[in-house]
Write a protein that binds this ligand. Structure first.
Ligand SMILES: Nc1ncnc2c1ncn2[C@@H]1O[C@H](COP(=O)(O)OP(=O)(O)OP(=O)(O)O)[C@@H](O)[C@H]1O
Length: 260
């Protein structure tokens, strides 16, 4: 399908969701342009993960639409969305501890190529899958450790491996839910540097609570409060926005207040 260049990589239109009487998404209109490095921030319970869950199809919105490169994906299953290029990582570790990084990513490449169940029948092309996996791991600075079992990798490397598995699906849009969760703060900037340097044809939306990281690596910031977008803009505008300051200084949360 030919896609107009002006079409956002991912967009939500009038997205609404209630849990009982609690409105967790209220008329959410978000546009993620191609190549974006956007952050989704907000206090605990603002509805960030719920929004990502609706984008990926884990949760159905009560109303509204989700568009991937202009095409309506609201009714598609999570698997169908991954096949179309909308891929996420989770806050929790979902890795196989005893496989090496290279084995895990090779399996993910084979899965994308439809060879996962019978890779042994495809030995000639299996080498190509290993090469592709190795190249992905190199791009994430994991090549040196790619033959070590996953459980022996540093936690920051394990989080990068999660991203490597997502890259093996050849995503157009990557949704990263706290990709540095649990990583020592001294390592999280390195992890975000890798994310910022992903190829330009991958659009990224990440949830992150560390405001130093958000202001350093996001090109735009979407602030969600009480299930609604409070404000969206570039880091300098967001850091000096009095409404954002009030939300962060006036309520409990587990990140630092925006600086600026
Ligand atoms: N399945 C569910 N059923 C009922 N309420 C839910 C459900 N999932 C989330 N909630 C509630 O919806 C609100 C939004 O939750 P969500 O996890 O999306 O927030 P968040 O912004 O991601 O928070 P955090 O920063 O703590 O991860 C919270 O009040 C939460 O308790």
């Amino acid at each position: 399908m030919e896609v107009a260049v002006s079409e956002p990589a991912l967009a939500t239109r009038g997205l609404n969701k209630q849990f009982g009487s609690l409105a967790v998404a209220q008329s959410i209109d978000i546009s993620l342009p191609r190549g974006a490095r956007h952050a989704l921030i907000g206090p605990n319970g603002a509805g960030k993960t719920t929004l990502i869950n609706m984008m990926t199809g884990l949760l159905r919105p009560d109303s509204g639409r989700i568009l991937l490169e202009g095409g309506d994906i609201t009714a598609l299953s999570p698997d169908a969305r991954v096949k179309r290029g909308l891929v996420r990582t989770f806050q929790i570790n979902t890795l196989f501890p005893h496989l090496t990084a290279l084995e895990s990513v090779t399996l993910a490449v084979c899965e994308r190529r439809g060879e996962a169940g019978n890779w042994w029948k495809q030995l000639p092309t299996y080498g190509e899958a290993v090469d592709e996996a190795h190249q992905i791991l190199s791009s994430l600075r994991l090549a040196e450790d790619c033959l070590r079992p996953t459980h022996a990798l540093a936690y920051g490397q394990q989080r990068l491996l999660e991203i490597a598995l997502a890259l093996a699906t050849r995503p157009k849009v990557l949704l990263l839910d706290e990709p540095a969760a649990g990583v020592p703060s001294s390592e999280s900037a390195g992890l975000f540097e890798v994310i910022a340097n992903l190829p330009d044809d991958i659009s990224v939306l990440f949830i992150e609570h560390d405001m130093n990281i958000v202001f350093r690596f996001a090109s735009r910031i979407i602030v969600l409060v009480g299930g609604a977008v409070l404000v969206e803009g570039p880091p300098d505008e967001i850091s000096s926005d009095p409404r954002v300051r009030e939300v962060y200084l006036g309520s409990s949360h587990h990140g630092a207040a925006p600086h600026g």
